[in-house]
Design a protein around this ligand. Sequence first.
Ligand code: DX5
Ligand code: ZN
Length: 233
Amino acid sequence: MPFPASFTRRIKIAPSILSADFANFGAECRAIEAEGADWVHVDVMDGHFVPNITFGPATCAAIRPHIKGVMDVHLMIAPVDPYIEAFAAAGADVITAHIEAGPHIHRTLQAIRNTGKKAGLAINPGTGLDGVENLLDMLDLVCVMTVNPGFGGQSFIASQVEKVRRLRALIGERRVHIEIDGGVTPVTAPLVAAAGADVLVAGSAVFKGGSVTDPAPYGANIRAIRAAAEAAL
Ligand code: DX5
Ligand code: ZN
């Protein structure tokens, strides 16, 4: 089973294939795992909830056999509910929906849990924690966006670090991961790790300098982010 049976808050690096070579997703997924990625983060965008379009369940199903570990699917789509079954069938281990994507997030999270997959809740930089508290007992992960969703390579929004700290306190002993998505680098990773995050998504900071034919920089980049985060604990 790709998703670990035991819960741990040890730092996990989740490269986002948004920054990969779109013509070589299979090889890119194999390369980042071989270079030390813990999870593979898959950004699904619809051109409606966010101003960019990526891919859907068919691409997720196509890359699934190339991922040995956790396939972490981040849905930046609205509506979400009609597509949950398709992403579950495509082999997602974690399915994350945005709290801003519709009026019935509780129903969406129930639907994700009903597929047997782990349920994630993403919150945009402009969204507070008020609505999150009521959902904590039905969540496996909260994804704190540290950029506005839609594009890779944006700058980390530092004001979100305090939100991560408050979220960590709200979660308490619950087995809920805190994932950070956007602008994660060796400079910003320690800030969110110290605040309580354990899953660090990184697109441009992992893929920069490397390629499928020269993947060694992916490994160096992953190790640099991990080392910086762990040094802050
Ligand atoms: C943004 C995506 C992110 C993005 C992160 O909408 O959800 O996963 O790929 O990219 P970087 O690490 O380049 O900020
Ligand atoms: Zn993402």
